[in-house]
Ligand binder design. Structure first.
Ligand code: FMN
Length: 173
């Protein structure tokens, strides 16, 4: 099997892509071989021995690319270590973090065969000026302040914790 790890992401406004890029950098610094791709362009997992999958939550749902990816690659995903992350809260309140984690858990429960080696939620980025249709028509959203809750130290720490878990199996020979 290949020695490459796929870091696959879905994004609407780019913030999850930037997190996926930071994770890919940290994994590479940890000595791992990494391929970073938008998950919708990945047609096969044959070239990968492990997968890190990240997507934002929108309207209480995980990005559809992530759910499509899991459905499409079900068999291959059961044969490889998989780590999952989501971007979500744009308000730093304990209640919001808990709610977002349960949103993600609920989404993952639709894929009971998936047994991730790690699941993490990171804060999201919200910029009302960047909203596109149909969200730019929602007055409440346009009035919300710019927020970026991505904690780059926590993101790197999570990626570093994956470096140990994703080491190729060492052979005594
Ligand atoms: C219209 C809209 C709906 C959102 N809904 C949720 C949600 O239900 N749960 C959540 O945790 N975050 C929600 N978010 C926050 C996004 O997950 C966050 O902004 C994320 O960083 C976006 O990722 P992207 O830039 O990769 O698209 C929402 C954001 C927008 C603009």
């Amino acid at each position: 099997m290949s020695s490459t790890i796929l870091v696959g992401y879905a994004t609407k406004y780019g913030s999850t892509q930037e997190v996926a890029e930071a994770i890919a950098v940290a994994l590479r610094e940890g000595g791992l071989q990494v391929d970073l791709q938008p998950m919708r362009v990945v047609s096969t997992l044959e070239g990968y021995r492990a997968v890190v999958l990240g997507a934002p939550l929108y309207m209480f749902r995980w990005h559809k690319d992530a759910k499509n990816f899991l459905s499409r690659h079900r068999q291959a995903m059961t044969q490889r270590p998989v780590a999952v992350f989501a971007l979500g809260p744009t308000e730093d309140k304990p209640k919001d973090w808990q709610e977002v984690r349960s949103q993600l858990d609920k989404e993952l429960a639709n894929f009971p065969w998936l047994e991730p080696i790690a699941v993490e939620v990171f804060g999201g980025k919200f910029d009302p000026a960047a909203l596109t249709f149909p969200y730019n028509l929602v007055p409440g959203l346009k009035k919300m302040p710019v927020q970026d809750l991505r904690d780059w130290t926590a993101i790197r720490a999570w990626a570093n914790s994956l470096v140990a878990k994703l080491q190729p199996e060492s052979s005594p020979w």
